[in-house]
Design a binder for this molecule. Sequence first.
Ligand code: FES
Length: 67
Amino acid sequence: MSHEDEVTITAYPDGPLLVRGRVDLLGDDGTPVEQRRRTVALCRCGLSTIKPFCDGTHKAAGFRTDV
Ligand code: FES
């Protein structure tokens, strides 16, 4: 696996999971979810209106994480 193929998932403090690298993101029915960027932010507060992506709502909601 080359360095370019590497995928990392970083837990952003009090926010989303940042996925860097090329991944296949699938919906619950197996349909591919369109990704416009190489880095995507996946909501982990559950409040985003554009799930599975983060829309920034976590900030207004005061979402807090330990990691
Ligand atoms: S983590 Fe950002 S809206 Fe949920």
